[in-house]
Design a protein around this ligand. Structure first.
Ligand code: COA
Length: 244
């Protein structure tokens, strides 16, 4: 794996940590960070030593303030921009990780920042966090999946309000609408994420993988198909256990 400039990748006792590491730019997601995330995620998927991953931001101000606005307009053409996104579908890559992903959000989680966190399974935030999708204010729409991922766990009315107004909401409101799972004091954020990761890791890794598949894939299916898939996954897990 290459040397990373804009992320830090660490492993400790079954937990992989990805730290978005541009604190001076509030961990804004630039092309380099995208590329590095794209490179690191397969190693989480494929490394049997990694059971759970935690994504967090460097510094004390932000998880991530979204796409790097200083790069806006620097792609040679919209077609090339689309091609790059298609070839390196970072958000699809996030969503394809079969292992539990936890976002530990301290501070701003805006645009691609909250969208990245929404590609994780569990979001734990510090009490001073702020969330938003400011794209409409910039004449854009969310393009890191936010318009699709957010309505999968936040009621549509709240999503519309967040997207249409481009206003930021605080951690208590984010908790109230189901955007995040837990709010903790800032100094307990990483401890809480670690504690949650360890609690998850105490369960069977294959069962977790099947459970994640059932939850994530099932959301895109009618209930009847989802129930069939659940049965198939349960049967596969049982037969795997018998043969191992
Ligand atoms: N892209 C690139 N740089 C960013 C950034 C982004 N999305 N968000 C913040 N930064 C940089 C600022 O340019 C500033 O850099 P500088 O110190 O070299 O001037 C630094 O991070 C600190 O940000 P600053 O705006 O000074 O902090 P603040 O506390 O006054 O405001 C925010 C914080 C998050 C409200 C504000 O930075 C902001 O609105 N950022 C843009 C958010 C956004 O629109 N993201 C989505 C794009 S689709």
């Amino acid at each position: 794996m290459g040397d990373f400039e804009n992320i830090i990748f660490e492993k400790d006792g079954g937990i992989a940590y990805i730290t978005l590491n541009r604190p001076k730019a509030l961990n804004a997601v630039n092309t380099r960070m995208r590329d590095e995330l794209y490179e690191v995620l397969p190693s989480i998927k494929d490394d049997p030593d990694v059971k759970v991953a935690i994504v967090k931001g460097a510094g004390d101000r932000a998880f991530s303030a979204g796409a790097d606005i200083s790069e806006f307009g620097t792609v040679p053409s919209m077609a090339i921009g689309r091609e790059i996104r298609w070839e390196r579908d970072l958000w699809g890559m996030f969503l394809s990780v079969q292992k539990p992903l936890i976002a530990a959000i301290g501070g701003f989680a805006l645009g691609a920042g909250i969208e990245m966190a929404m590609c994780c399974d569990i979001r734990i935030a510090s009490d001073d966090s702020q969330f938003g999708l400011p794209e409409a204010n910039l004449g854009m729409v969310p393009t890191a999946g936010g318009s699709q991922t957010m309505p999968r766990f936040v009621l549509k009315g709240w999503v519309s309000e967040i997207v249409f107004t481009a206003d930021r909401i605080d951690a208590q409101k984010a908790l109230h609408i189901g955007l995040i799972n837990q709010v903790v004091p800032r100094d307990q954020l990483l401890n809480k994420a670690n504690e949650t990761a360890r609690r998850i890791m105490s369960n069977d890794a294959n069962a977790l993988e099947c459970a994640k598949a059932a939850i994530v894939r099932g959301l895109d299916m009618p209930l009847s198909q989802g129930l069939e898939m659940e049965q198939r996954l349960a049967a596969a897990l049982t037969s795997e256990r018998k043969t191992s």
